[in-house]
Design a protein around this ligand. Structure first.
Ligand code: KG4
Ligand code: ZN
Length: 358
């Protein structure tokens, strides 16, 4: 199938055309991120206003780039009518910011009605996992199921068992802050820009690699608990204490910021790797799928690869390229291909609080 994907859950306005859930024919994205850097975080109202301005141009560009926009013979208001040669439309209906979600959902409903195309509502969190099916991988090297998937994004940290497409079991998740949120909030405490994940990763990369005597000093929350849950809010409190101590001693400088960044990244990634691989062993998964914005973190993927080697796990480790880890519409279209449940447009509405299991 050829599916037009639409994604507007946060500060990105994205549209993509994907063939058979694997081949990206076009991938267009407009973002208001620069605007949010100035305010140190997303202002939902501003993000939604930008979405309204970008949505039609972005969709039109995605269809043109994929060479799927056909000019009809009729005219309307002296403009030729256009039709897209697509089989279906897929749209994120949650979770996310309500104002932003509404822009994508209502536009998709209108286009589905206008073009008489089936409309597939897609869970944004599940879609992150499907970035692992997108090109350049050829069909023969597609991820094999069952798999354990870890979705680590700005608002969610979920560990799921993917027995088959459409058959998912929730096995654990964060009890408070998400992994991305922990990066964003601690970066703010260190005076680093939004989004915090890439800022912390860059600062950490400048920290001279510690010797073998390196002593971790931040907590690794819930590492020893006998479950698959995570908790990152304690880490934020611990970082606040460290920052205050450094400020009082007039020692908050580039080097201490780099050291704290390094340690924050180590603390978050230690817990994610350890608990996910425990699940891989228990569920005898064939594949481990990393997904979501935080999956763009190189230290995280390096540590996964190292630990899989150390433990001699017979597992196929997959992670999408960085531009498919963060929010995008190609993942939405891929997810719809493998979980194809179109609904009448009247039955689709934005749900900002959707969980990965809805
Ligand atoms: O999935 P995503 O693009 O949006 C949501 O659905 O939330 O994830 C955004 C999150 C942010 O918290 C951001 O700081 C984090 O992903 N992130 C990273 C990196 N790139 C983005 N975290 C750590 N390292 C990165 N390189
Ligand atoms: Zn996301």
């Amino acid at each position: 199938m050829i599916i037009l994907g639409i994604e507007t859950s946060c500060d990105e306005t994205a549209a993509s055309v994907v063939k058979d859930g694997r081949e990206i024919l076009s991938h267009v994205l407009a973002t208001s991120a620069q605007m949010h850097i100035k305010t140190g975080g997303i202002i939902p109202e501003k993000a939604a206003r930008e979405q309204v301005k970008s949505i039609i141009p972005v969709i039109e560009e995605a269809l043109r780039e994929a060479k799927l926009l056909v000019v009809g013979s009729e005219t309307h208001n002296s403009q030729p009518t256009t039709y897209p040669k697509i089989d279906a439309i897929a749209v994120t209906y949650g979770p996310g910011l309500i104002g932003s979600l509404l822009v994508g959902v209502e536009t998709a409903k209108t286009l589905s009605y206008l073009w008489s195309k089936p409309l597939v509502p897609v869970n944004h969190l599940v879609a992150h996992i499907y970035a692992n099916w997108l090109s350049p991988k050829v069909k023969s090297s597609e991820p094999e199921l069952p798999a354990i998937a870890l979705v680590v994004s700005g608002g969610h940290t979920d560990l799921v068992y993917l027995k088959n497409h459409n058959q998912m079991e929730y096995i654990g998740g964060t009890r408070d802050d998400a992994a991305g949120e922990a990066f964003d909030k601690t970066a703010r405490l260190l005076g680093l820009p939004y989004p915090g994940g890439p800022a912390i990763a860059t600062a950490a990369s400048h920290y001279p690699l510690p010797t073998t005597h390196y002593q971790p000093f931040l907590p690794r929350p819930m590492l020893d608990n006998d479950n698959y849950d995570f908790s990152f809010s304690g880490l934020k409190t611990a970082v606040l204490r460290e920052v205050e101590k450094l400020k009082n001693n007039q020692q908050l400088n580039n080097l201490t910021i780099q050291q704290l960044s390094f340690e924050i990244q180590e603390a978050i990634t230690d817990v994610l790797v350890e608990k996910s691989l425990r699940a891989v062993k228990q569920y005898r998964a064939k594949t481990f799928l990393l997904a979501g914005g935080v999956a763009a973190n190189k230290r995280l993927t390096d540590k996964f690869k190292l630990a899989i080697g150390h433990l001699a796990l017979d597992i196929d480790f997959r992670v999408p390229p960085p531009h498919l880890c963060t929010d995008n519409a190609s993942s939405i279209a891929a997810c719809a291909e493998f979980n194809y449940h179109p609904l009448p447009w009247r039955q689709i509405s934005a749900n900002p609080n959707l969980s990965i299991m809805n």
